[in-house]
Design a protein around this ligand. Structure first.
Ligand SMILES: NC(=O)c1ccc[n+]([C@@H]2O[C@H](COP(=O)([O-])OP(=O)(O)OC[C@H]3O[C@@H](n4cnc5c(N)ncnc54)[C@H](O)[C@@H]3O)[C@@H](O)[C@H]2O)c1
Length: 483
C-alpha cells in the first residue's frame, strides 16, 4: 500500500469530488471519508470472511479472491457440510477459521471485511452487527428483506464510517457502463419506457436446488437459521430451498427484479419510482412454495433533473416454455438500447418534422377539391428537407471476453476500503433505493394494493386520497350518492 500521507491526500481529493457529486445525486448519501475509522490490517492485505458458504457464497468468495492483496481468513455457515467443503476448497495451505456462529467472525480482530451471503432474512441483522463491530461489508442483494428495514442499515453504515457494497454485480459490467454512457450522452433522446424480464423454465432455475443426503438437525443449525422468522420444526426444504418461502426470501421480485431495477437505476441515474403495482400467480411450481412463479410489475418514475417521467414494466415467468429472451430495453423518443450482461444494441430512430399523409390515413376520404387544397397547404408548410427521416442507425457493443463484472464489483469495494471511502458504486443508499420498489412489489402482490413510495426520502407513502384501488373508488362513489 502507499504511504499514509499519499493515501490520505488521494482519499481527500476523491472525497471532495464525491461530496460535490453526492449533494446532487444522493440527497441521503453518507459522509465520504472518515479517516480514523477506515484502517485495514497492518499487513496491508484486506482480510475477509464469508458468512453464508452456499452457492453464491462460494462464487462471491472466488470473485473476491480474483483481486490482488486480499485474503480469506474465515467462513461461517449453518450446515456443517458447507463448512467442511470450505475447509477443503479454501483452507488447503492455511488454517481457515470456520464456525456456525457469525458473531465469532465479527469478534475476530484479523477480519477487516465480511461478505454477507446468507438468505435474505438475515441480511439486515448481520450487516448492522458487522458495521457495529467495525467491519467493512459486502452484502448480497436484496439489501434487506422488507421495506421497513432499509433505513436502519443506512444509519448503521453512516455511523460506522465503513465501506459497504451491495451485491448486484452486473452494474460493474462493461455493457452496463456503455449503456449508461449512451443514455447520459442523450443518444436515445428522452426515456419514456423501460421493460426488462428474466424468465426460466427448469427446476433448478425455479429454485429447487439439490438437498444433501445428510441434512438433519445434527448437521444443520435450524434454530439459528429461523432467526426472526416464525418458529417451526426442522424442514430441509425450507433450509435448502429457502427462496420458495416468504419467511426467508423475497420471491422473484427480491431475487430477480432486483438485478433488473439495479441496472436501470445505474444506467438512468434515477432515484426511483413513486407508484408500484404488481400482479402474479403461482402457475406451475406447486410444490409447497408460498411465493408466485409468475409476476409482472408496473412502476411509474416521475420527472427529475436526470430524466423525463417514464414507466417501467418488469416480468419474471418461471413457467415460460416458449422462447426465452432475457433483455432490458430502454426506450427513448429517439431510439432504444437493448442490453444484457455482455452486450448491447442501440437503435437510433428519429421522426421527420413533417407528419406525412396518404396511405392508411383519412386523406383518401376527402373530396377531390379538399384533397387539392390540403396538398397545397401541406407543401407550403413542409418543405422537402422536413420530410426526410434520418436513416435508422444500429450500434453494437460487445463486452471484452475477459470482462469479469463480479471481480470488478469486488474491486470497487476493496478499492474504496483502501482509499478510506464510502463511495462504492452500490452503496446502501443506492442499494435501498433499488431494493425498496421490488420489496414493494411483494407488498402490492400479497396485499393487492398500489404502493406509493417517496424515492427521495425513501419512505412509503400512505395517501388516503390518492388511492386508485377499486374499493376506494367505490367508496367515494357511494359517499357522493349519499350527499
Ligand atoms: N448477486 C447474485 O447474482 C446472486 C446470485 C445468487 C444468490 N445471491 C444472493 O446470495 C444470498 C445467498 O444465496 P445462495 O443461493 O447462496 O443461498 P444458499 O442457500 O445456497 O446459501 C445460503 C447459506 O447461508 C447459510 N446461512 C443461513 N443463515 C445463516 C446465518 N445466520 N449465519 C451463517 N450462515 C447462514 C446457509 O447455511 C447456507 O449455506 C441471497 O441473498 C441471494 O439473494 C446473489
Amino acid at each position: 500500500m502507499q504511504s499514509n500521507r499519499r493515501t490520505f491526500i488521494k482519499s481527500l481529493s476523491a472525497a471532495s469530488a464525491l461530496v460535490a457529486t453526492e449533494s446532487i445525486a444522493k440527497p441521503f448519501g453518507a459522509p465520504a471519508y472518515i479517516p480514523d475509522l477506515m484502517k485495514i490490517s497492518p499487513n496491508d492485505k484486506i482480510r475477509f470472511a464469508t458468512i453464508g458458504m452456499g452457492i453464491q457464497g462460494n462464487f462471491d468468495t472466488q470473485s473476491a479472491l480474483r483481486n490482488p492483496d486480499v485474503e480469506l481468513v474465515g467462513c461461517a455457515d449453518l450446515y456443517s457440510g458447507r463448512l467442511e467443503h470450505a475447509k477443503t476448497a479454501y483452507g488447503k495451505d492455511k488454517d481457515l477459521f470456520i464456525t456456525r456462529d457469525y458473531r465469532e467472525i465479527l469478534a475476530r480482530p484479523d477480519v477487516d471485511a465480511v461478505l454477507i451471503v446468507t438468505p435474505d432474512h438475515w441480511h439486515d441483522h448481520i450487516t448492522i452487527a458487522a458495521l457495529k463491530a467495525g467491519k467493512h461489508v459486502y452484502c448480497e442483494k436484496p439489501m434487506v428483506q422488507h421495506l421497513n428495514e432499509g433505513k436502519a442499515v443506512i444509519e448503521a453504515w453512516k455511523k460506522s464510517g465503513k465501506t459497504m457494497q451491495v451485491g448486484s454485480q452486473r452494474i460493474s459490467s462493461a455493457a452496463f457502463k456503455e449503456a449508461k454512457r449512451l443514455v447520459e450522452a442523450g443518444d436515445i433522446g428522452q426515456i419514456n419506457y423501460i421493460e426488462s424480464n428474466n424468465d426460466r423454465f427448469n427446476a433448478i432455475g425455479a429454485w429447487n436446488y439439490s438437498i444433501p443426503t445428510d441434512a438433519s438437525t445434527q448437521t444443520v443449525d435450524w434454530d439459528r437459521f429461523l432467526g426472526d422468522a416464525p418458529k417451526r420444526p426442522f424442514d430441509e426444504k425450507r433450509f435448502f430451498r429457502w427462496r420458495n418461502y416468504k419467511d426467508y426470501g423475497t420471491g422473484v421480485a427480491g431475487d430477480l427484479f432486483i438485478h433488473l431495477i439495479t441496472g436501470v437505476h445505474f444506467v438512468t441515474n434515477t432515484l426511483g419510482p413513486t407508484r408500484i403495482y404488481s400482479s402474479g400467480n403461482l402457475a406451475y411450481w406447486k410444490d409447497g412454495r408460498d411465493v408466485p412463479d409468475i409476476m409482472a410489475c408496473i412502476m411509474d418514475y416521475p420527472k427529475t433533473d436526470q430524466h423525463e417521467a417514464f414507466q417501467m414494466v418488469l416480468r419474471v415467468n418461471f413457467a415460460n416454455a416458449g422462447k426465452i429472451n432475457d433483455v432490458t430495453r430502454i426506450i427513448g423518443n429517439e431510439g432504444q438500447i437493448e442490453f444484457s450482461e455482455n452486450n448491447l444494441i442501440m437503435t437510433k430512430k428519429k421522426l421527420p418534422v413533417a407528419p406525412g399523409y396518404g396511405g392508411y390515413d383519412s386523406f383518401f376520404t376527402f373530396t377531390e377539391p379538399v384533397q387539392q387544397e390540403f396538398t397545397k397547404k401541406y407543401d407550403a408548410q413542409y418543405p422537402p428537407d422536413t420530410r426526410k427521416s434520418e436513416p435508422v442507425k444500429e450500434v453494437r457493443f460487445e463486452a471484452p471476453k475477459n470482462d469479469d463484472p463480479s471481480a470488478k464489483h469486488f474491486a470497487d469495494f476493496f478499492d474504496n476500503v483502501r482509499r478510506g471511502s464510502q463511495g462504492t458504486v452500490e452503496d446502501p443508499v443506492f442499494g435501498f433505493r433499488a431494493a425498496a420498489p421490488v420489496l414493494a412489489c411483494n407488498e402490492s402482490y400479497f396485499e393487492q394494493k398500489v404502493v406509493h413510495w417517496d424515492p427521495i426520502t425513501m419512505t412509503q407513502q400512505h395517501p388516503t386520497t390518492k388511492s386508485t384501488s377499486a374499493e376506494t373508488v367505490a367508496k367515494k362513489k357511494s359517499a357522493k350518492k349519499k350527499t
